[in-house]
Design a protein around this ligand. Structure first.
Ligand code: SAH
Length: 265
């Protein structure tokens, strides 16, 4: 349980479409460009926030998280994005909030156990329980209160979205877009309980662990990480995932939370 108040929230997205609406919603917006990224600094529904696009992959995400903390002074980090389903219980349109994250392409064996990040002693990095619970609450409220209003009927039909579920558990990250049935099957075998596969979360988790910054990761399931994964991917991001991210972050910021300090700059 983290008892420190959120003084400044960093919000990382991997894709432009996911971030666009959040930046438009910021008040008192100032943009700072550094290291090939635009950091949007302002207030988001009353919270001092910095929104930034990490771009894709673990190094890109690690650099972005580090800059948010070291250069922009964020005290907490949220990552929002899309992911492939990690198993049959997780459907396209569902939401996954990470409890822990693993780098599935880390392998320094036999020097270190497979998946362990050398010299940390850890394979799984744990997200902040309090932030994650608040985020999952915002996701549940989104499903109950916004989903039917903000996701158009056409999109719900095309992507066969019904009442989305919110899952909490393990996310695996690696520098690979997983689009092969055998590959996602192996990942599921190697990582029992796997809910989602993506390319950034576990890198942010490692940086936040090393810097002592509480973080949470939320992912909308865009695909089944199989041969069809790239099909309609950008349409899903634009017309579905971007809206999920916007409204979930809005609810996250607007809802009272013991750790959210809403105060003037
Ligand atoms: N087609 C896109 C590339 C997206 S890469 C483009 O041209 O820009 C995939 C992004 O979505 C990454 O940020 C990753 O975190 C997430 N993702 C979604 N589905 C994934 C999958 N099946 N495997 C790995 N990452 C996935």
């Amino acid at each position: 349980m983290n008892h420190h108040k959120i003084k400044r929230l960093g919000i990382i997205s991997a894709l432009h479409e996911e971030q666009e609406g959040l930046v438009q919603a910021m008040e008192g917006l100032a943009t700072v460009t550094h290291g090939m990224r635009d950091y949007a600094v302002g207030r988001l529904w009353g919270i001092d926030a910095v929104c930034v696009l990490s771009r894709i992959g673990k190094v890109a995400a690690a650099m972005t998280a580090t800059m948010l903390v070291e250069k922009f002074g964020v005290t907490h980090i949220l990552f929002t994005g899309v992911a492939g389903s990690g198993g049959p219980s997780v459907a396209v349109g569902d939401i996954v909030v990470a409890e822990s994250l693993v780098q599935h392409d880390m392998d320094a064996s036999p020097l270190f156990p497979r998946f362990e990040v050398p010299l940390t002693g850890l394979a799984h990095f744990t997200s902040d329980a309090s932030l994650s619970t608040h985020l999952a609450g915002a996701a549940h409220d989104f499903v109950a209160g916004d989903f039917l209003d903000v996701i158009e009927a056409d999109e719900r039909r095309v992507f066969r979205l019904q009442q989305p579920s919110v899952h909490r558990g393990l996310i695996a990250s690696g520098d690979q877009f997983v689009s092969c049935r055998d590959h996602i099957g192996r990942l599921g075998t190697n990582h029992p309980g796997l809910l989602a596969v993506e390319m950034e979360g576990a890198a942010v988790a490692q940086v936040c662990f090393e810097l002592g910054v509480p973080f949470a990761v939320i992912r909308t399931i865009s695909d089944n990480a199989n041969e069809d994964a790239a099909h309609d991917f950008m349409r899903f991001v634009k017309s579905v995932a971007a809206r999920y991210a916007f409204h979930i972050v809005r609810r996250f910021c607007q809802q009272p939370h013991p750790n959210l300090a809403v105060k003037a700059l």
